[in-house]
Write a protein that binds this ligand. Structure first.
Ligand code: NAD
Length: 280
C-alpha cells in the first residue's frame, strides 16, 4: 500500500548532500549547498540527517541508501539526476530551483516503498544478513548452479541454471527486467523471484516464469553443490565458498522519499525509460 505519511517537521531540518564524482553533479551540489547554507531552516550535515539529497543517478541513490540504511526510520531521500530521469530521482539537474522551492515548502510528506531482506547461511554456520533496495542474487561462479527452491516451506523445484535474482518492487525495473521479470508497481507489498538462464528441457524443469511473493512469505534457496558462489545485492557483490542457504523476505523497514508535487508517476517513468515517444 502507498504510505503517504507525515513526520513532524523539526524546527531546523538537517540535510546531507551526497553527489557522485561527475562535474555536473558537483555543480548541482554546490548550487544547493550555497542556497541552503544561509537558510536558518536548514542545517547542512552528513551526520544524522533528516533529508538526504542524492545527486547523480540511480546508482548514486543506491549508494546513499546503503550509507544511511541504519537510519531508515528517520530519513527521507530525494534524488536529482544529472543524466536522464531515473527511477529513484524526481528532479533533473536543470530543475534545481523547483527542487529548492519544494524543499522549502516541505511539510514532512513522504512516500515509502518496500525493501528486501536477505540472509545467507554458510556451510560452517556463519550468517550474513543484508538489505537491498533493488535486488539480491545468488549465482554459482564456475558451473551450473543446482539449488532447491522453496516458498514458505513448500518445496517448489530443483533449479539448474546460472542463478536466481530476488527483487523489490522498485528494483523490478532494474536487473530483474533485463532477465525477463515483470515490472511491479512500487506500492505493491511483494517481491519477485526471477530465474537467470534456467535449464529447461526433457530432463530438467523449473517454473520458467518469475513469481510474485507477498509480504510475510519467504523464499529459500539451498545450493546442492560445493563451490564458489557470488552473492550480490544492489551494487555490491561478494564471493563465498559453500553457501548452505539463502533466504529472502520483505524487510520490516521501508525506504521513504520526499513526496513533493514533483514526484513523477511510476508508469510515466516506465514509459520514459523503456518506450519513449512512439508513433501510434
Ligand atoms: P549502475 O549504477 O551503472 O546501474 C546500471 C543501470 O541500471 C543504470 O542505467 C541505472 O539507471 C539502472 N537502474 C538502477 N536501478 C534501477 C531501477 N530501480 N530501475 C530501473 N533502472 C535502474 O550499475 P551498478 O552500480 O553495477 O548496479 C546498480 C544496479 O544496476 C543493480 O542493482 C542492478 O539492478 C542494475 N544493473 C542492471 C544490469 C542489467 O540490467 N543487465 C546490469 C548491472 C546492474
Amino acid at each position: 500500500m502507498t504510505q503517504m505519511n507525515y513526520t513532524a517537521r523539526p524546527k531546523q531540518t538537517r540535510v546531507a548532500i551526497i553527489a557522485n564524482g561527475k562535474y555536473q553533479s558537483k555543480r548541482v551540489a554546490s548550487k544547493i549547498f550555497s542556497a541552503l547554507k544561509h537558510d536558518r531552516n536548514f542545517y547542512l550535515s552528513k551526520e544524522n540527517p533528516d533529508i538526504i539529497i542524492s545527486i547523480g543517478g540511480d546508482g548514486m541513490l543506491l549508494s546513499a541508501f546503503h550509507m544511511y540504511e541504519k537510519a531508515l526510520d528517520r530519513v527521507r531521500f530525494v534524488g536529482i539526476h544529472t543524466g536522464h530521469l531515473g527511477f529513484y530521482t524526481d528532479y533533473r539537474d536543470f530543475e534545481v530551483d523547483t527542487f529548492l522551492k519544494n524543499l522549502r515548502a516541505d511539510q514532512g510528506e513522504k512516500i515509502s516503498y518496500p525493501l528486501l531482506r536477505m540472509t545467507v547461511t554458510m556451510a560452517d554456520g556463519r550468517v550474513v544478513t543484508a538489505r537491498a533496495l533493488n535486488e539480491a542474487s545468488l549465482r554459482r561462479l564456475e558451473k551450473t548452479m543446482v539449488a532447491d527452491v522453496s516458498i514458505n516451506g513448500t518445496f517448489l523445484e530443483r533449479f539448474r541454471g546460472d542463478g536466481i535474482t530476488v527483487s523489490t518492487p522498485t528494483g523490478s525495473t532494474a536487473y530483474n527486467k533485463s532477465i525477463g521479470g515483470a515490472v511491479l508497481h512500487p506500492t505493491v507489498e511483494a517481491f519477485q523471484m526471477t530465474e537467470i538462464a534456467s535449464l529447461n528441457n526433457r530432463v530438467y524443469r523449473t517454473l520458467g516464469s518469475s513469481a510474485i511473493i507477498p509480504k510475510g512469505e519467504k523464499v529459500t534457496i539451498e545450493p546442492k553443490r560445493v563451490g564458489s558462489y557470488s552473492v550480490s545485492f544492489d551494487n555490491k557483490s561478494y564471493n563465498y565458498r559453500n553457501v548452505a542457504k539463502m533466504e529472502f523476505s520483505l524487510d520490516d523497514k521501508k525506504i521513504s522519499f520526499l513526496s513533493t508535487p514533483h514526484h513523477t508517476g511510476f508508469w510515466e517513468r516506465v514509459k520514459d525509460a523503456f518506450i519513449g515517444e512512439v508513433e501510434v
